[in-house]
Write a protein that binds this ligand. Structure first.
Ligand code: GDP
Ligand code: IMO
Ligand code: MG
Length: 448
């Protein structure tokens, strides 16, 4: 019998919606934070009392005393990146021993994944995705091709050696034939990975069983989404997507928790829109206003430092996202970035070949023919800095949020007007629901 309650926090757009900050705020209440998809392509920023952490693989729950963190089976783990991140956290005085666990079934990223990705991205005739070059896609390819190495196998040195020898033989041949790449040395690779296997071992568990047992005891879990709905391998703007299930369904597959154990889905959306990398972006701003939004929102990738493309809030996209994820609540972040605008354009619908539609095209090229229908809402031209209650937001900011609710059919539960913990406002009914999941109300304290 499952007694514990859960919430999934997903990115509703193309990633970087501020999931890290929101998971951090809400993790105060939950017993466990679990990542279910992606790898160190994610960059989740959390600012606590002025101190900045950018978490890539490690769930944000690690920053909360008494909270356990789980890297689920759906994540692809680069062991070197993981140890580096763990080291940085330890140096910053963050506890990572006995409270951070890695699934024995998570797949491992190895150097040939990065080699193949880099070569493929630059090869003539290939569609350039603008990936984070972390080897994410090729690692998931090996997982689905049933030739991947799992964390449990990394710890089994005999198997590790055999796996690396076989894989290198194959990958070196492919990479040479397709991209003329220099071969990787399997012997050197084996020694490097065998040397760190012992450092990974203390973190490794059957995390699905760990999560089941926690739910049986009545503990609460928050699932930390990575990337965003439009980067989901199935539901995003394919092929300009990542290689995993970023949507709420991924939480089930990527951790081994049953669908019936998901209590609530929280969709994080910026008050506007951004995207890093290539691919369709219907409401993208191509003029000076886009640059102004980038400057005000400091829209540069947390992992690669690349400038993020900026656009207006896209309501057809949010309606789609609400449907695909089953969003129960919206969290609207970066409202402050719009504070100075006279008017705020919002994409309220799409037209394809002159016909109104809410259906995102299945083909990348279909996006080229989208014409966004905009409505300009009046700006509030007042700073939202320091406001701690939604009722005290400028009237026009409240109208903006109400418009988003009316047009998407889901309620706004939380609003963020700055990167810090305390720059967050909760709607009473949302806080009451979080209390019903976890037995505790959310406080917005600036200390860990
Ligand atoms: P994630 O990948 O979804 O966790 O988001 P990122 O951390 O990649 O990017 C979000 C960026 O916006 C980070 O730099 C955050 O510190 C910052 N941020 C989050 N919420 C707010 C907000 O309400 N206002 C402003 N100005 N910045 C925010
Ligand atoms: P968080 O969790 C924004 C994008 C890349 C590229 C595409 C595929 O911080 O929101 P990949 O390396 O995953 O194969 O790249 O996906 N991308 C992200 N964009 N935020 C992310 O994560 C992203 N993770 C991947 O820029 O366009
Ligand atoms: Mg990010």
């Amino acid at each position: 019998m499952i007694k514990g309650k859960t919430a999934v926090i997903i990115g509703a757009q193309w990633g970087d919606e501020g999931k890290g900050k929101i998971v951090d705020v809400l993790s105060e209440n939950f017993s466990i934070v679990a990542r279910y998809a992606g790898g160190h392509n994610a960059g989740h920023t959390v600012i606590i009392g002025g101190k900045k952490f950018i978490l890539q693989l490690v769930p944000c729950g690690v920053l909360r005393d008494g909270c356990c963190s789980v890297i689920g089976n759906g994540v692809v783990l680069d062991p070197m990146a993981f140890l580096k991140e763990v080291g940085t956290l330890r140096d910053a005085g963050v506890k990572v021993d006995g409270n951070l666990f890695v699934s024995n079934r998570a797949h491992v990223i190895l150097p040939y994944h990065r080699m193949i990705e880099l070569a493929a991205e630059n090869a003539p005739g290939r569609v350039k995705i603008g990936t984070t070059s972390r080897g994410i896609g090729p690692a998931y390819e090996d997982k689905m091709g049933r030739r991947g190495l799992r964390v449990a196998d990394l710890l089994d040195l005999k198997l590790l050696r055999k796996h690396i020898e076989n894989a290198c033989r194959e990958k070196n041949m492919i990479a040479h034939a397709l991209f003329n790449s220099e071969p990787l040395d399997p012997e050197k690779m084996y020694h490097e990975y065998a040397a760190i296997a012992g450092k990974i071992a203390p973190f490794v568990r059957d995390t699905a069983t760990f999560l089941h047992n926690a739910l049986k005891r009545g503990e609460s879990i928050v699932f930390e989404g990575a990337q965003g709905t439009m980067l989901d391998i199935d539901h995003g703007t394919y092929p300009f997507v990542t290689s995993s299930s970023a949507t709420s369904g991924g939480a089930v597959i990527g951790t081994g928790v049953a669908p019936t154990a998901i209590t609530s889905v929280i969709g994080v959306t910026k008050a506007y829109c951004t995207r890093v990398g290539e691919g369709p972006f219907p409401s993208e701003i191509h003029d000076k206003q886009g640059e102004e939004l980038r400057a005000r929102g400091n829209e540069y990738g947390a992992v690669t430092g690349r400038p993020r493309r900026c656009g207006w809030l896209d309501l057809p996209l949010l309606r789609y996202s609400a449907a695909i994820n089953g969003v129960s609540w919206w969290v609207v972040t970066k409202l402050d970035v719009l504070d100075e605008l006279d008017e705020v354009p919002v994409c309220v619908g799409y037209k394809i070949d002159g016909k109104a539609t809410d259906e995102p095209p299945a083909q990348g090229c279909g996006y080229d023919s989208i014409e966004c229908i905009y409505r300009k809402l009046p700006g509030w031209r007042t700073s939202t800095e320091g406001i701690t209650e939604i009722s005290k937001l400028p009237a026009r900011a409240k109208e903006y949020l109400k418009f988003l609710e009316d047009e998407t059919g889901a309620q706004v539960g939380m609003v963020s007007t700055g990167p810090g913990r305390e720059q967050t406002m909760l709607v009473d009914s949302f806080n009451a629901e979080m209390e019903s999941l976890t037995g505790r109300k959310t406080r917005l304290t600036a200390t860990p």
